[in-house]
Design a protein around this ligand. Structure first.
Ligand code: ZN
Ligand code: ZN
Length: 267
């Protein structure tokens, strides 16, 4: 009710108006409505972390994509021989959805990203991609803009044997990606008690994992993200409070908060 029940979608607005979106979960529907209420055509770079449904299922409901004049660049990893375009358009094919993606009037471009990709946007803004531990190829992103750094690493199981052995050939890049970030938006789905053996290898973090990354990478602000869908507001409050208590106990200089729908952070 307070933290919100939509799946992953983060809007980043730069001072020069550049619009960057991380993931297209159900949250992108409300973002689309908000964008249409503003003047001018929608131009956005949409970075997908991976193609699990909770990160792409909002695209068919992103109204600006149906409007001529919208320009959408969709960037993300491919899956084996499945191209990014096939992955994204596939969910809108019959019988999954009544409107095929090619019926969208926007100019849509697809850009394949992988480990170490660097995307250069106007005014010296860069987005670097790095693989994180999650089933399939999942990317975390490091956005550098005007001297500030925002890192988005959701769906990430950074530590533990399962994380190292089951998913990836390459080592996860969560710490180098997050180095000295002003803001880290990081998976913190579980409490340590919930991270039981049957959940090991599912590709998600506890809040202590999130804090460990923040600490190792010397992050200034940590946003706990990708709340477990079974958690109530009170349980998310508890996770945030526990993480803040750990920070105080260890004397760390990290600000920690829980991601909440509609929350706006300025930095
Ligand atoms: Zn996932
Ligand atoms: Zn997810």
């Amino acid at each position: 009710m307070r933290y919100g029940g939509n799946t992953s979608c983060v809007e980043v607005r730069l001072d020069d108006g550049t619009l960057i979106i991380f993931d297209a979960g159900t949250g992108i529907r409300a973002l689309g409505q908000a964008l249409l209420a503003q003047a001018g055509p929608v131009r956005a770079h949409l970075f997908l972390s991976h193609a699990h449904w909770d990160h792409i299922q909002g695209i068919p409901f992103f109204t600006p994509a149906y409007i001529a004049g919208t320009e959408l660049t969709i960037l993300g990893p491919e899956h084996g021989r499945l191209t990014l375009e096939k992955i994204v358009t596939g969910q809108m094919r019959s019988p999954y959805f009544p409107i095929p993606m090619h019926a969208m009037a926007a100019k849509i471009e697809f850009v394949k990203l992988g480990e170490g990709s660097v995307v250069e946007l106007p005014n010296g803004v860069t987005v670097e991609a790095g693989v994180v531990n999650h089933p399939g190829c999942t990317l975390g992103y490091r956005l550098t803009a005007h001297g500030k750094v925002l890192v988005y690493t959701t769906d990430n199981e950074p530590f533990g044997e399962a994380a190292a052995s089951r998913h990836l050939v390459k080592p996860s890049r969560h710490v180098p990606l997050a180095r000295e970030a002003d803001l880290l938006i990081q998976d913190a789905q579980y409490t340590p008690e919930e991270y039981s053996p049957h959940r090991v290898g599912w590709g998600h973090s506890t809040y202590l994992d999130a804090l460990q990354i923040a600490q190792q990478a010397r992050v200034k602000r940590l946003v706990l993200f990708h709340h477990d869908p079974s958690h109530s507001d009170a349980e998310v409050d508890y996770i945030v409070a526990q993480c803040q208590a750990q920070i105080a106990q260890q004397g760390l200089d990290i600000e920690c908060l829980g991601a909440a729908e509609g929350a706006v952070l300025v930095f």
